[in-house]
Design a protein around this ligand. Structure first.
Ligand SMILES: Nc1ncnc2c1ncn2[C@@H]1O[C@H](COP(=O)(O)OP(=O)(O)OP(=O)(O)O)[C@@H](O)[C@H]1O
Ligand SMILES: [Mg+2]
Length: 383
């Protein structure tokens, strides 16, 4: 009996030990399964990572091989690694156009690409020899320009003195006292550039840099009611940037290459070009710095206009002309006077409050002429 008891106790112990062993085995197996899962996940992640890197690399290589600049112009053409690395840096910094490289400054390119000065100098030199800035016959210039469409203001009297509208590859400046219609002209031009062709527009995109907070989408929609079109179709094609300072304004222009290329931009408006500069650089001692900065800004605008066949429209304020009493003159002095291709003075009628005048005062191709127009709820219209 006692013996039996001991035996039973031993059996229980064995059963208990078996149970523990069984449980340990299950725990061990679970651990192995868990570890396998982790390893498997790691492998999947690594595969994904490799695939991702490949995708990125393929993108870069694709971009480099789509690069429109002949390989023999690249100073690093003989180095396979640099060919991908440096060329993709150029592409990513927006320098994928031979004219753009030819007209870039060494400092600007070095800063944007991180490529050394020596190579950049050589590249710009090579590009200069092949770019559109090299000598061309007048006839090839004539035929290339004749393909470019002007952007009409959609106000007949104004279009008549502008010989069809504002010109691509040029800077057109509208200057005048306040409420003389400069912003209204800009809004209507933005509409004209973006309206579908069947409604008389260019069906393109417009960039509007607003420096005074005067861009008003509700007013744009009001003017748009003149045409039978869903406002969103137009509003989506006008890209607006609010530049609170001259530095922001300059940066917006310097960095707009990507937008211009992607978005089929035909018009760039800066309303107004000078107000930030005027409020930031006050007093005689600041004039030199202001003019220098303004000069660079205008040069950049001129380059954008030339290279991308864009019509640049700027507005400008006026100040009283000390030499001639009761007269006003545009801000910006000689820098702006030389920088603008066409200068148009806007003024107000003394007789009818809604009537304005636009007068061509300086242009390399348009004769002096004056037009009158009216500002109505439909925008700018013939009187
Ligand atoms: N919906 C509208 N209907 C009629 N006239 C309008 C309408 N909206 C604006 N105007 C008129 O347009 C004029 C303002 O024009 P605009 O804003 O183009 O002036 P500006 O030359 O740009 O002035 P600033 O130098 O102050 O920027 C005002 O006389 C205003 O009455
Ligand atoms: Mg204005």
């Amino acid at each position: 009996m006692f013996e039996k008891y001991i035996k039973t106790e031993q059996e229980d112990k064995i059963i208990e030990e078996d149970k523990i062993a069984e449980e340990d085995k299950i725990i061990e197996e679970d651990k192995i399964i868990e570890e396998d899962k982790i390893i498997e996940e790691k492998i999947v992640d690594t595969i994904k990572e490799i695939a991702e890197i490949d995708k990125e690399e393929i993108e870069v290589i694709k971009k480099v091989y789509d690069f429109p600049i002949p390989e023999y112009l690249l100073p690093w053409k003989n180095d396979d690694t640099l060919l991908i690395e440096y060329t993709s840096r150029l592409v990513n910094a927006g320098y994928d156009n031979i004219d753009l490289i030819a007209s870039a400054t060494v400092g600007e390119m070095v800063k944007k690409t991180g490529i050394n000065e020596f190579l950049i100098k050589e590249l710009i030199g090579n590009a200069l020899q092949w770019s559109a800035f090299n000598f061309k016959t007048a006839s090839s210039l004539y035929s290339s320009r004749s393909l470019l469409k002007k952007i009409p203001t959609m106000c007949n009297s104004l279009d008549k003195i502008l010989n069809g509208g504002v010109e691509p590859r040029a800077i057109t400046e509208f200057y005048g006292e306040f409420i003389t219609g400069k912003t209204q002209i800009c809004l209507q031009l933005a509409i004209s550039a973006t309206l579908p062709k069947e409604l008389g527009g260019l069906d393109a995109k417009a960039i509007y840099i607003d420096t005074e907070g005067s861009f008003n989408p509700e007013r744009l929609v009001q003017i748009l009611s003149r045409w039978d079109i869903e406002p969103d179709r137009i509003l989506d094609k006008i890209i607006v940037g609010r530049a609170f300072t001259s530095d922001i304004q300059i940066a917006m222009v310097d960095n707009m290459l990507e937008i211009i290329k992607e978005k089929d931009t035909k018009l760039l408006i800066i309303d107004s070009l000078t107000s930030n500069f005027r409020s930031e650089y006050m007093g005689k001692e600041a004039i030199y710095d202001r003019q220098q900065k303004l000069n660079k800004h205008i040069q950049q605008l001129s380059r954008i206009a030339d290279i991308h066949d864009i019509a640049v429209v700027i507005t400008n304020q006026v100040m009283s002309d000390m030499d001639q009493t009761n007269n006003v003159k545009p801000i910006g002095g000689n820098i702006l006077a030389h920088g603008s291709t066409h200068r148009i003075e806007c003024s107000k009628s003394q007789l009818k409050s809604s009537v304005r005048f636009a007068k061509i005062v300086a242009s390399s191709s348009l004769p002096d002429a004056k037009a009158s127009f009216e500002i109505t709820k439909h925008g700018i219209e013939d009187v």
